[in-house]
Design a protein around this ligand. Structure first.
Ligand SMILES: Cc1cc2nc3c(=O)[nH]c(=O)nc-3n(C[C@H](O)[C@H](O)[C@H](O)COP(=O)(O)O)c2cc1C
Length: 171
């Protein structure tokens, strides 16, 4: 199995799309699009996100005490594309809001999870798993932005299908 095929197989797990935001040590807001997000525990309320060790967000989360999971709607596709870029220079189209704890977050989310980092970070190969204890949530409105097979999809608009030639089924 080569890494491309592994990625293709993982990409057949349809997910929602989040942006993980956190403040840097000097108070600037940083964010990264992430779909390696999962709920983890109900009691205590925990979630996790897997972050590439080379991502700037990785260094930011290592020094942060809090972070926010912004769960995106179909109206936020451009936001997802913006935060998937390495260079995020022009923030003029990004609308921000605040959580009750004073964290900046994105405006217009389907749901917003205000988290305290729940150490220690967990080893995950070329990623690190950051666990967050969810302290407050806000529920929004809209349809979930989906990610499937390398593409953003909108429910009711795009049909997520995949075909594989028979000879390529086990690699
Ligand atoms: C739909 C989508 C999902 C992504 N999910 C993740 C993820 O879960 N973890 C991760 O480390 N990178 C993920 N990425 C890649 C990061 O968003 C991308 O590398 C980003 O530029 C990192 O920004 P940073 O270096 O400023 O932290 C994803 C990208 C897209 C488009």
């Amino acid at each position: 199995m080569d890494s491309r095929t592994f990625r293709q197989a993982c990409g057949r797990f349809a997910t929602g799309v989040t942006v993980i935001t956190a403040h840097t040590e000097d108070g600037k807001l940083h964010g990264m699009t992430a779909n390696a997000f999962s709920s983890l525990s109900l009691d205590p309320p925990l979630i996790l996100v897997a972050v590439d060790k080379t991502a700037t967000t990785h260094a930011v989360l290592h020094k942060a005490e809090r972070f926010v999971v912004n769960i995106l709607t179909t109206a936020q596709r451009e936001v997802a594309q913006f935060f998937a870029q390495k260079e995020k220079t022009d923030w003029s189209r990004i609308e921000l809001a605040q959580t009750p704890s004073g964290q900046s977050c994105l405006a217009g989310n389907l749901a917003t999870l205000d988290c305290q980092l729940y150490p220690p970070p967990l080893e995950g190969g070329d990623h690190t798993i950051f666990v967050g204890r969810v302290e407050a949530v806000e529920l929004g409105e809209g349809e979930p932005l989906l990610f499937y097979s390398g593409q953003f999809l909108e429910p009711g608009v795009d049909a997520p299908t995949a075909t594989t030639p028979k000879k390529e089924r086990w690699v």
